[in-house]
Design a protein around this ligand. Structure first.
Ligand code: URP
Ligand code: ZN
Ligand code: ZN
Length: 460
């Protein structure tokens, strides 16, 4: 099958021009003006943006967490991602303490293989680093194509590792050519503040926010950067939310260190005033919590300064009845919110349409950088001859409203209910196949492929 996308405005992280895109099978074969190629099918993209499929490197699908499972499976989550223009996601495999990485990987393969609609890869979350785990790092990278290792400096007593394990893990990952990513907040401080608030009977969602002040994130981000600098291991901070944490990264640049930074769409758009809505605030109980307006400004500026490299979602949805597990105690509310479907459109509407970032920057942080940082470029993250034909045809003018009534995520509320946005995903191709057209998913479950990733350099 061949396909010619005619006359669209092709946007990559560096280019912006009117051209045709010729696709053969799963691959882009040519990009250029007035291509003479004859194709089985043509799409007229006049007036549309033609962009690479989005890459969301931070999603939690069907994940056991806080006594329940995130409510999107690999099928429903990757399908919803496609509706929103995200063609590849990176999900997290969680090692169980006392068990091997391989056991965890087998479990996640069992959930994703044959069910994912869109393409996916895995980060390996290391929750118990010991000599046995050390020996598995090389195998993960070389045999499994999993080159990023997630760590938690928080969730004490569950997922958290200490600095001893962090240092040893980073040494090994550096040696084998991988990258360490981190949930960087001070787990001991948070643990103390949570128990103090609970002891004082302060149990509403607002105290989730008050138990994770900015300093907990700034401190841990600086500590992580220091350990990464000492070990020489490439480091990536996930879901960075605030000025203090970004300043810790800025400080690291003074010694010419590069720490990759990801923020998430919610931290750019939403703020902590939502926690004042009594239990409705549980919709936005996530870790780290939403911050202040001044932090949003810092993050937008950080994108333009090249300090924030990626905008992800940390998609981790829970049904409202799951959120109700914490009705009487904020510490029991499953942490996370749904966003996998909305990242590309929200970032376009709030970022590009409102003039905060350029179109090239948009593609860079939503598609190209995640592909580069995590070893999938140029297969993913750009439109170029030889790349996978993961392509989004986007109407930059169309206005629409987000709602749980129309979204495709398996969750019964929207964190963005009633939000009016400008710009809509019209057509999505995944490896040359029509994935989304006319607001319908054209792919069956099982079409999504596991994407093996290359070793990383720590540079982009
Ligand atoms: O609240 C969140 N972020 N839930 C998912 C787990 C994590 O920390 O990323
Ligand atoms: Zn996290
Ligand atoms: Zn997460």
């Amino acid at each position: 099958m061949s396909l010619l996308i005619k006359n669209g405005r092709v946007i990559t992280a560096t280019d912006d021009y009117i051209a045709d895109v010729f696709v053969e099978g799963e691959t882009v074969v040519a990009v250029g003006k007035n291509l003479a190629a004859k194709a089985d099918r043509e799409i007229d993209a006049t007036g549309m943006l033609v962009m690479p499929g989005g890459v969301d490197p931070h999603v939690h699908l069907d994940m056991p967490f806080m006594g329940t499972f995130s409510s999107d499976t690999h099928e429903t989550g990757t399908r919803a991602a496609l509706f929103g223009g995200t063609t590849t996601v990176i999900d997290f495999v969680l090692q169980q303490q006392g068990h091997s990485l391989k056991e965890a990987l087998n479990e996640w393969n069992g959930r994703a293989e044959g069910t994912a609609v869109g393409d996916y890869s895995f980060h390996m979350a290391v929750t118990d680093f010991n000599d046995k785990t050390r020996a598995e790092i090389k195998e993960m990278i070389e045999k499994e194509g999993i080159t990023s290792f997630k760590t938690f400096m928080a969730y004490k007593g569950a997922l958290m590792i200490d600095d001893r394990q962090m240092t040893a893990l980073m040494q090994e990952v550096k040696l084998q050519g991988g990258l360490v990513t981190v949930h960087a907040t001070n787990g001991d401080m948070i643990d103390y503040l949570v128990s103090r608030h609970r002891a004082e009977g302060k149990l509403s969602p607002l105290y989730h926010y008050l138990s994770q002040p900015e300093v907990t994130e700034a401190e841990a981000s600086g500590r992580f950067a220091d350990i990464a600098d000492y070990t020489g291991c490439p480091g990536y901070i996930v879901h960075l939310t605030c000025e203090g944490a970004l300043n810790a990264v800025r400080n690291a640049t003074r010694r010419n260190q590069k720490i990759f930074v990801e923020t998430c769409i919610q931290y750019l758009l939403l703020d902590a005033s939502l926690y004042e809505r009594d239990f409705e605030g549980a919709k936005w109980v996530m870790s780290p919590p939403l911050r202040e307006k001044k932090d949003q400004l810092t993050l937008w500026a950080g994108i333009n300064q090249g300090l924030v490299n990626v905008v992800a979602t940390d998609h981790c949805p829970f049904m409202w009845k799951q959120k109700l597990m914490g009705k009487d105690d904020f510490s029991k509310i499953p942490n996370g919110h749904p966003a996998i479907e909305h990242r590309m459109e929200l970032l376009y509407s709030e970022g590009v349409h409102k003039g905060k970032i350029s179109l090239n920057k948009y593609v860079e942080v939503a598609c190209t950088n995640p592909a580069k940082i995590f070893g999938m470029f140029p297969r993913k993250g750009t439109i170029a001859p030889g790349s996978d034909a993961d392509i989004v045809i986007f109407d930059p003018q169309q206005e629409h409203t987000l709602s749980a009534n129309t979204h495709h995520m398996n969750v019964d509320y929207s964190a963005y209910e009633g939000r009016k946005i400008t710009g809509k995903v019209k057509t999505v191709l995944l490896r040359g196949a029509l994935a989304i057209d006319n607001d319908k998913c054209q792919l069956e479950k099982g079409y999504g492929k596991f994407i093996r990733r290359d070793k990383v350099s720590g540079k982009i």
